[in-house]
Design a protein around this ligand. Structure first.
Ligand code: PRP
Ligand code: URA
Length: 209
């Protein structure tokens, strides 16, 4: 059963407020998304398994711990997912990064695939699909499906803001994928934008319109 986790850490919520604000310009928007991505990565890795190792400090031997288990792969959905990659890599620097290119057709709101490049060993990795926005859920669901068709077995989805419709769609399509978000908003508007949301994440990150 897919679970939904909402990261309510005060710093995440504080920064999200300024990310949402229409008066926040591209430079600051980009910096804030990067910072929130780091904080969310800290939360999403909370239950990583540890193993004991013995090392030598300058004083004595020490039994201590390192992260064990499967290696991590990040899969941003282009374009807007790119804005969260560096923030996550700051604390998971060895993660490999695959890219899924999808855009949402403005008329049908259905995702259109245009790019796919993945690490060769995705079946052995714990994958985190990254996209700031989970609106209808079409893009995230399609990205997850593409990864599964390439052999991925263990997938999490991490988004800044989700609409209830998107959460339902992903949970219906991918019962095995847990969803991690900073906020669940009220609804989608007639154009499939999240309300109140933050507008068009790609445009705000890259300064396009
Ligand atoms: C945005 C966003 C998601 C998608 C969410 O991308 O980054 O990928 O929309 O909408 P959905 O849940 O209804 O599929 P967009 O299609 O605008 O492409 P872009 O990142 O290239 O701007
Ligand atoms: N994509 C965005 O960038 N924003 C939304 O609100 C919905 C889809």
């Amino acid at each position: 059963m897919s679970k939904l986790y909402v990261f309510d850490h005060p710093l995440i919520q504080h920064k999200l407020t300024y990310i949402r604000d229409k008066n926040t310009g591209t430079k600051e928007f980009r910096e804030l998304v990067d910072e929130v991505a780091t904080l969310m990565a800290y939360e999403i890795t909370r239950n990583l398994p540890l193993e004991e190792v013995t090392i030598e400090t300058p004083v004595s031997l020490a039994k201590t711990k390192v992260v064990s288990g499967k290696k991590i792969g990040l899969v941003p959905i282009l374009r807007a997912g790119l804005g969260m990659v560096d923030g996550i890599l700051k604390i998971i620097p060895a993660a490999k990064v695959g890219h899924v290119g999808l855009y949402r057709d403005p008329e049908t709101l259905k995702p259109v695939e245009y790019y796919l490049k993945l690490p060769s060993d995705i079946a052995e990795r714990d994958l985190i699909v990254i996209d700031p926005m989970l609106a209808t859920g079409g893009s995230a669901s399609a990205a997850i499906q593409l990864l599964k068709e390439k052999g991925a077995q263990n997938i999490k989805l991490m988004c800044l803001i989700a609409a209830p419709e998107g959460i339902n769609q992903v949970q219906q399509d991918h019962d095995d994928v847990d969803i991690y978000v900073a906020a669940v908003d009220e609804k989608l508007n007639d154009h499939g934008y999240i309300v109140p949301g933050l507008g068009d994440a790609g445009d705000r990150l890259f300064g396009t319109k």
